[in-house]
Structures are given as C-alpha cells and as structure tokens.
Design a protein around this ligand. Structure first.
Ligand code: TYM
Length: 332
C-alpha cells in the first residue's frame, strides 16, 4: 500500500495558517488519493527543542488530535498518533544523523531564524530537528508529504538523505515528494504581513485560532494591517496585507486570485474584510462544533491507541531492517 505522511507540532493552539497550509489539504487529499494510507501525527518530540510547560504541552497534544478529526478527516485508512509514543522515531533520527552533514543542517533557514531569535542556549536538537523530521517520513516510506511552503527545504533534505542511504545500503527508502497547496501554502501574519502567521508569534492579534469565537475572528480580520491604496489587487511585495486576505478568501472559497480581483473590483477594504470574516466564520463554525463533541469523548483516545499500534509495527520493522543493513547488533 502507498503512504502519505505528515505532522504538526503541538506548540500552541492551531491557527488558520496551519489549517489552510496543511490540515485542510489532508482532508482534500483523502479524496484525491483514496487508495493511500495516511499517517498523520502530533509532532510532540519536535516541540521540545525549546523548554515547554508540561501541563500546557499535554493539553495541546490532545487538542490538536481532536482538531485533526474535527477538521473533517475520515477515519478509514488513517492512522493518527502521537509521535513520542513510537520509539522508532527517535531511533531512526539517530541512524539518519549518521548520513547527514553538518553543512546541510547549517544551511536550513528555519534553524538560522529560530536560533537567532533564541536568547538563552540553543539546544542541539534545534539543529538536528530536520533529521528527526526526515525519519518521521522515511520510516513509513511515504510517497507524498503534504506541507506548507516553509517545510519545502526540510523535504529536500529528506530526499537527499533517502537517496544517500539507498546508495549505501541498496534500495531501502521510498524517496518522498512534497505536496504543497497552490493557494494557502503561506498565510501571513495579520499585523506584520511580511511574516508567516505562526503559532509561536508573540502577538496574539497576528493570527486567527481555529477555536476563536466569532467576535474575536471578526475583530482580528477587521483590524488586519493593509495599505492606503484601497484597491483590491494582489501584489505580495507592495500590498502584502490585502494580498494575504485575498489568499485566505481564495483558499477557503476555492476562488482564483483573478476572480477575486474582478469580483471585488469596486469594493472597499472595509467591505472586503467583512466578506473575508464571513467565510472564515462559516468555515470554522462546524469545525468548532465537531471539536467540542470529539474532545469530550473517550473515543479519541481509542482511535489514537489504534493509530499508534498500527504505525508502531511498521516503524519498528523499518528500524530493525536498517540496523541490520548497517551491521548493528549480533544477528546475521
Ligand atoms: P508546523 O507545526 O510548524 O506546521 C504544520 C504544517 O502547517 C504548515 N504551516 C503553514 N502553512 C501555511 N501558512 C502558514 N502560516 C503556516 N504555518 C504552518 C507547515 O508548513 C506544516 O506543513 N516540522 C513540521 C512538523 C513535522 C512534519 C514532519 C511535517 C514534523 N515531522 C514530517 C511533515 C512530515 C512543523 O514544524 O510544522
């Protein structure tokens, strides 16, 4: 069976950037690839490259698991699990570190940005993080990996590592391909539209959370930073704020940017923002309702246990095989 693999870090409440760049895409892909099995996980090992409050982390893990399902994923052919529950992820990361060069990791833009922002010591796991991610993907021989634009470089590294291992030990890993959505692959901050909308941004007003109520959603969109030109035209460098709102509208309603420009040719920024708020509220309402039901039931834990057991079997075999190919252990 062919596999599709992806993960999301439980580093804060989910926002519409992550939703439009990833979860929403997973839901669509389940329809376009009905034969593929999906391995989707909560990347909690990735979250502890910086210190976290353990109570808050555990709460976010559960919240994220419920949101995956609330966003409309079908349970057939889906293994949903928590990364740290499968030891093979950490084991594979170590094996792959032996195939990854320092120079490659030093070139990763996310590492450069995140390490610069950090005031206290930078953990070595922040540096080796892309290798853990490569392991997440290669363990399951993923054919496709749906991600937002910011993960493209990590995917390229994953492909390089896979090819390097294959060259050393013979055909062993499937070399994965990224699947990046055409619209919505990079949703920007609402107040600094030249920056990515991020779970870890200090400004709460920069994002819309999937669980925000209607009043907050409308307030955030109405106060999104735009420009003084007042024409609804897509221009990422000159008009990043309005272009971002157009992207959000286009991604949710499946409308092309050209159509949006025509449709709102004579509309004021104020009225366009109202239209964006309307579609965001309508999109999130059913998700929020489903979320409340899922988080309150025991069924979520059962589904995660099943997902974890299925994924763990595949992952453990892959690690054992690679150990063997590399000459580790005693058995021939
Ligand atoms: P994370 O948790 O930062 O983001 C999860 C997914 O959401 C996408 N995304 C966005 N897309 C559009 N606009 C945004 N503003 C935005 N913010 C986030 C990301 O591109 C990503 O697809 N390292 C990964 C998690 C991970 C993973 C993996 C992904 C760990 N192992 C294996 C795929 C396969 C991360 O930090 O994503």
């Amino acid at each position: 069976m062919k596999h599709i693999v992806s993960g999301i870090q439980p580093t804060g409440s989910l926002n519409i950037g992550t939703y439009l760049g990833s979860i929403r895409n997973f839901v669509k892909l389940q329809e376009s690839y009905p034969e593929h099995h999906f391995f989707l996980f909560i990347a909690d090992l990735h979250a502890i490259t910086v210190p976290r409050d353990r109570i808050a982390l555990r709460k976010t893990i559960k919240e994220l698991a419920a949101l995956y399902l609330a966003c409309g994923l079908k349970r057939e052919k889906l293994s949903l699990f928590v990364q740290s529950e499968i030891p093979a992820h950490s084991q594979m990361a170590y094996l792959l570190q032996c195939f990854t060069y320092m120079g490659e990791l030093e070139r990763m833009t996310q590492y450069k940005e995140k390490s610069q922002r950090q005031v206290a010591g930078v953990a070595s796991s922040l540096f080796t993080y892309p290798v853990l991610m490569a392991g997440d993907i290669l363990l399951y021989d993923a054919e496709y990996v749906p991600v937002g634009e910011d993960q493209k470089q990590h995917l390229e590294l994953t492909r390089d590592i896979a090819m390097r291992v294959n060259k050393r030990v013979g055909e062993f890993f499937t070399v994965p391909k990224p699947l990046i959505p055409k619209v919505g692959a990079r949703i920007m901050s609402l107040i600094e539209p030249d920056k990515k909308m991020s779970k870890s941004d200090d400004y709460i007003k920069s994002r819309i959370l999937l669980l925000d109520d209607e009043v907050i959603i409308r307030k955030r969109i109405m106060s999104a930073v735009t420009d003084s030109d007042q024409t609804i035209r897509f221009d990422k460098s000159e008009k990043p704020g309005i272009s971002n709102l157009m992207t959000i509208y286009g991604a949710i309603t499946n409308t092309s940017i050209e159509t949006i420009e025509k449709q709102f040719e004579t509309t004021s920024y104020q009225d366009f923002k109202k239209a964006v708020a309307d579609v965001v509220v309508a999109e999130l309402k059913p998700i929020q309702e489903r979320y409340q039901a899922i988080i309150a039931s025991d069924d979520l834990d059962r589904f995660l246990d099943e997902g974890s057991a299925y994924a763990a079997r595949i992952a453990a075999k892959k690690v054992a095989k690679l150990n063997h190919k590399l000459g580790l252990g005693r058995k021939r």
